[in-house]
Design a protein around this ligand. Sequence first.
Ligand code: ATP
Length: 325
Amino acid sequence: MAMKINRIGVLTSGGDAPGMNAAIRSIVRTGLHHQLETIGIRQGYAGLINDEMVSLSSRSVSGIINRGGTILETARCDEFLTEEGQRRAKEVIEYHRIDALVIIGGDGTYRGAIQLWEKWGIPCVCVPATIDNDLNGTDITIGADTAINTALEATDRIRDTATSMERVFVVEVMGRESGYIAMQVALAGGAEEVLVPEREFDLESMCHDICAGASKGKRSWIIVVAEGAARAVDIADKITKITGLETRVAVLGHIQRGGSPTARDRILATRLGVEAVKLLLNGEFGKAVGIRDGWVISTDLHVAIKKKDQNRDIDYFYKLMRDVT
Ligand code: ATP
């Protein structure tokens, strides 16, 4: 028999991602539907340690489905990596008589949840939210679609100016270890090249292609670079040196994290929030919710933190790029 849960806690942790608010709303409202009380924990694991709690009613989550960021705020918390920090978190959870947690974030956040559940016996379920879409156990994470669309809109604007003058634009997008955003933006934005951290790249050969295009009258190029592959300024400098063409750089930075979530992210967050509460009610702890082939699924947290094998997707994207450029 599943343990009786009356009060749940919810927190957002790690990098913020558009759609986190929609997830919080979904969790609170689903909880109420099942007569659960929900306590919001501010600033991720730091809020657990520092006892930063806020009671969440249906009204406290009204009007947030369309807002970027997270009303609970988020944080990276080194103290939570320590035994002492985790012990303190457990004490605070028990003090507030919180029976279980829904934890929203990326893979670091999942690791924290594994500690809470396996070492300290705090029932946890995780919800994937990170713009990088690098989590195993889900086809797509909350926030990735909005970040891609934001970066795409900026790239489209850059294309307008690039085609007006003969120039090579190097656009740097987020993705320290994952080229997911870069690949999606490159394909949707009609970029000529994409550089991702998962693949080596040959700058000489790229410059050769640029020169060949220029000799046939091509006037503009967009090269999308994931921040983890190279710095856009370095790539631009090298292109100018090798080709003699003028280059410009746009580093999109944190604008990719902000803004109102897309419909896709809001719907994803809503579906995953509902499922997270259901898992807790069914006593299925130590799991992450996700989406696979359009269906909501759950995965053991240990599987969810394994490095996502994106090789097939990356190969497919490169082939598509080649076919259409
Ligand atoms: P993003 O993908 O957006 O960076 P994330 O969840 O991976 O999000 P991290 O900064 O890696 O972000 O992790 C968030 C927090 O989770 C950390 O600040 C720390 O408090 C906790 N955490 C990370 N790794 C562990 C671990 N091994 N054990 C316990 N807690 C951890």
